[in-house]
Design a protein around this ligand. Structure first.
Ligand SMILES: O=C(O)CCC(=O)C(=O)O
Length: 195
């Protein structure tokens, strides 16, 4: 990872995440953002929680590699030309092994969010980073120590890149809560290194 592009944010005396607001390439203009927004699936992805099928409170789609996680598999579409720059930049500046994307589309007007979770790593290269690029309206990216109280927030803005290192993901959850003040749209592109 090119540390000159990132600011380290310590979560405790051992674990950190990294934030960059310096990737100009991700400051999509309104046309490019809208074009990416329009690619969201028609339907909400369904996941199984305690034996029940629940629709995710956001749209979600994998590209390049299938993503398995508890109670679900998100079948991947091919990586489009629109998505290539996100992958290429991240391979170059963060980790060459990054090879698949998962997009989440959050419509604030529909109260979309993602709850606290640690990423499922069963299909990932050990020690690979989890990279999330945000476009659109800012949101709070909330980190909580696994099975402990408290949280740490950072604001992710249009074009920001967050890196959650492998070890941090074992000990801290992440989530993007909905707040009333966020009525706009946001897309996150999460890149991972699939085996
Ligand atoms: O939208 C985000 O920033 C987080 C996405 C995420 O945590 C996930 O897809 O697992």
């Amino acid at each position: 990872m090119d540390k000159t592009l990132f600011e380290e944010i310590a979560l405790d005396d051992r674990y950190s995440i990294f934030l960059s607001s310096r990737a100009e390439i991700f400051r999509l203009d309104q046309t490019a953002f809208q074009s990416l927004w329009n690619t969201h699936p028609d339907d909400f992805h369904e996941i199984r929680i305690h034996g029940k099928w629940i629709k995710t409170p956001r749209w979600q789609q994998a590209y390049g590699k299938n993503y398995h996680y508890t109670g679900s598999k998100n079948n991947a579409l091919p990586i489009t030309a629109e998505l290539e720059p996100f992958l290429t930049w991240s391979q170059h500046h963060i980790d060459q092994r990054l090879n698949g994307l998962l997009l989440n589309w959050y419509d604030g007007a529909q109260s979309h969010y993602i709850g606290a979770h640690r990423d499922d790593t069963r299909d990932l290269h050990p020690d690979s980073p989890i990279v999330t690029i945000s476009v659109g309206q800012e949101r709070v990216f909330r980190m909580r120590p696994w099975q402990q109280k408290g949280f740490k927030d950072l604001t992710v803005r249009h074009g920001d890149v967050v890196v959650v290192p492998w070890d941090t993901n074992t000990r801290w959850t992440h989530e993007v809560p909905h707040f009333k003040k966020y009525a706009g749209k946001r897309i996150s592109l999460t890149l991972r290194a699939y085996l």
